[in-house]
Ligand binder design. Structure first.
Ligand code: SAH
Length: 358
């Protein structure tokens, strides 16, 4: 058996688990407290000056500390958006994107190597799922990007490669760690999690008490269209998904945003827009609380993926779609396309790299 697989992954440990490990090595508990914060800011135990050689030796026998390494980096000449292809410890790679806004840097992180959800317009799912990411590998994308850029990241969107709710336990542990005051300490209100609509996961997440923003990838306003582009819809229909959103809001009081990718000729007609407004209003707003359920739809012109033949809606269709939603009381924004000059849409950089290797 590979020795390394049995070693403990230090950056995935909760503070109390790190304590238990340190105690089991015959060292005092405060050593764990000394190590936790530096590790979460990119300093390996080996590099720490506040712990001795003996502990470093013992730690390296039973555990490892690893940060993703930059395999490729693309910087947008237009707006400074940075796209990373990171190598993981086993040689797999994932993508992260850092977007620079006035209110701070936002990172879009991956949650799996590949994806098994099968959305037809998405590059991340073409080769299927290779494996789940560990909590340390989600944290590692943020730490490695901060180190590389020399800048702090203040917002996280879980919208990179993978379906976060299909890697539930690791994502929950990641959220616990990333918000820890001795760790990266990123506020939950600055974190969004995007899902293609795993209803069981949404219900579980509602009970976890993380005040994060939930994003739902809806992309269609009728079940026939949605099932054709998003296989997950065959398991949970739009109605079941929206009912889960309503429950989520009921439990958490947190706003939910909807992502709607506009694909020319598939889901961008005025009828689709009216349908969407009717659907969201009737599923989420009863006459009693019509003003209170905040509905926000992000319209995203589809990013053409080499292997598919979808093309983006034209500006007139996008504007028309947004206007219909607004008229029916739904806030709609068209996603600004940052890094358009480097924008191999999510998952494409990793695919290109893998094809190079084979
Ligand atoms: N699995 C999660 C998160 C990853 S995808 C989810 O489905 O939400 C992040 C967002 O990008 C989703 O809304 C997804 O549907 C969208 N997306 C994927 N491929 C796209 C493409 N080619 N063009 C535009 N948006 C895309």
């Amino acid at each position: 058996m590979d020795q390394t697989t049995t070693k403990k992954d230090l950056l995935s440990l909760l503070p109390e688990e790190l304590c238990a490990l340190i105690l089991s090595l015959g060292e005092p508990k405060y050593r764990a407290e000394q190590m936790f914060s530096p590790m979460h800011h990119g300093i390996s135990p080996e590099e720490m000056t506040n712990i001795g050689k003996a502990l470093k030796g013992k730690l390296s026998e039973v555990s490892y500390y690893f940060l993703p390494t930059v395999r490729r980096k693309l910087v947008s000449a237009i707006d400074g958006t940075v796209k990373y292809l990171f190598s993981l410890r086993d040689g797999n790679c994932v993508e992260s994107v850092v977007m620079k806004y006035k209110h701070g840097n936002t990172i879009c992180i991956s949650s799996q190597v590949g994806c098994r959800m099968g959305c037809t317009f998405c590059a991340s799912t073409i080769g299927g799922k290779v494996r789940d990411l560990l909590p340390s590998e989600m944290l590692g994308q943020i730490i490695a990007a901060e180190r590389d850029m020399g800048e702090r990241i203040s917002n996280i969107v879980m919208m990179g490669i993978g379906e976060p709710l299909d890697n539930y336990d690791n994502v929950i542990r990641f959220l616990t760690l990333v918000g820890h005051e001795k760790g990266l300490n990123i506020g939950y209100r600055h974190i969004s999690l995007s899902t293609c609509g795993l209803v069981s996961g949404i219900d579980k997440l509602a009970r976890e008490n993380f005040p994060i923003t939930l994003s739902i990838s809806l992309h269609a306003s009728d079940n026939e269209t949605r099932s054709a582009i998003m296989p997950v819809n065959k398991k949970w229909s739009i109605e079941e998904l929206l009912a889960a959103c309503r429950r989520y809001y009921g439990v958490t009081g947190r706003r939910i945003s909807f992502e709607y990718t506009l694909i020319a000729g598939k889901n961008d007609s005025p009828e689709a827009a009216s349908n969407l407004a009717r659907l969201l209003n009737s599923a989420l707003r009863s006459p009693k609380d019509s003003a209170t359920f905040p509905i926000h739809v992000n319209l995203i012109p589809v990013n053409p993926v080499t292997e598919t033949d979808f093309s983006a809606s034209d500006q007139a269709a996008i504007d028309r779609f947004a206007a219909i939603l607004e008229k029916k009381g739904i806030r709609a924004t068209v996603r600004r396309r940052l890094g358009s000059d480097i924008n191999a849409s999510c998952g494409q950089l990793r695919r290109a790299e893998e094809q190079k290797d084979t």
